[in-house]
Design a protein around this ligand. Structure first.
Ligand code: NI
Length: 253
């Protein structure tokens, strides 16, 4: 029924009960999960989870916030090698984050471009993290015609969404669509065709209403599917089915 296209089960927040949480998911209607790595270690952990659970798939890459502390020359050679694993379905999450620290934007852009080129070379889709960096994110992905992927936890304007949709991108929606101040998400969803919507939890973060503030997990996708199904006027079940098909198409599952 559900496809959680973005959940970090490698996070330390699942250390105490990771296997119990993951084992519970099929019984809750979760058919597929993509766990995106954020650096080398978490990418390897995502692959290990994908090996252990048939319904879990891995994405691998360096997320912008992880670059400052631990990135090193040659780090992307390791990612390229890991990408040969049969359960790696995307390069991600990768992107730009100007929210916390803008002191190394040039490094962020350089590593993003290198990973986008890698995805094209490997014929894999990408998972883009764009926080407070909408203009640069859009400009950079446009430098790579033919690139496919999703803007995860989409937070840009409806105008930017139109440009991305025209280029074939998918848009990912998470818990914030269920929050009270969801006007922008609503506007974007109204113009986004059904076949380009993905649902994601970003677990352990971004729990939807009515569970906001608690640790998130893929069992909460129903709240997101319900809200989007309401906005699109199709209901929760159809929304779940269509977004699962969308995820399978994008990630080649
Ligand atoms: Ni994430």
């Amino acid at each position: 029924m559900f496809f959680d296209t973005h959940a970090h089960y490698d996070s330390y927040k699942f250390n105490a009960d990771r296997d119990a949480v993951l084992s519970s998911l099929p019984g809750l209607g979760v058919e597929y999960v993509v766990d995106p790595g954020c650096d080398e270690i978490s990418s390897k952990e995502a692959i290990a989870l994908a090996e252990r659970y048939e319904f879990v798939y891995a994405a691998i890459g360096w997320q912008p916030q992880e670059l400052k502390e631990s990135y090193y020359d040659g780090a992307l050679d390791v990612i390229r090698e890991l990408a040969r694993h049969p359960k790696v379905v995307a390069i991600g999450e990768i992107g730009l984050d100007y929210y916390w620290d803008t002191s190394y934007n040039d490094l962020q852009k350089e590593v993003l471009r290198a990973q986008l080129q890698m995805a094209l070379d490997l014929d894999l889709p990408v998972i883009i993290h764009d926080r407070e960096a909408h203009g640069d994110s859009l400009a950079i992905v446009k430098e790579f015609p033919g690139l496919r992927g999703v803007f995860h936890c989409y937070s840009g304007s409806p105008e930017m969404a139109k440009e991305l949709l025209k280029l074939g991108w998918y848009l990912g929606f998470d818990g914030p669509v269920t929050y009270k101040n969801n006007r922008k998400h609503r506007e974007v969803l109204e113009i986004c065709p059904m076949e380009r919507i993905l649902i994601e939890t970003d677990s352990p973060y971004l729990s939807p209403e009515p569970l906001r503030g608690t640790r998130n997990f893929s069992g909460n996708l129903k709240y997101i599917a319900e809200k989007i199904g309401e906005i699109k006027g199709v209901g929760m079940e159809k929304m779940a089915r269509v977004t699962t098909e969308n995820g399978r198409r994008l990630f080649g599952i």
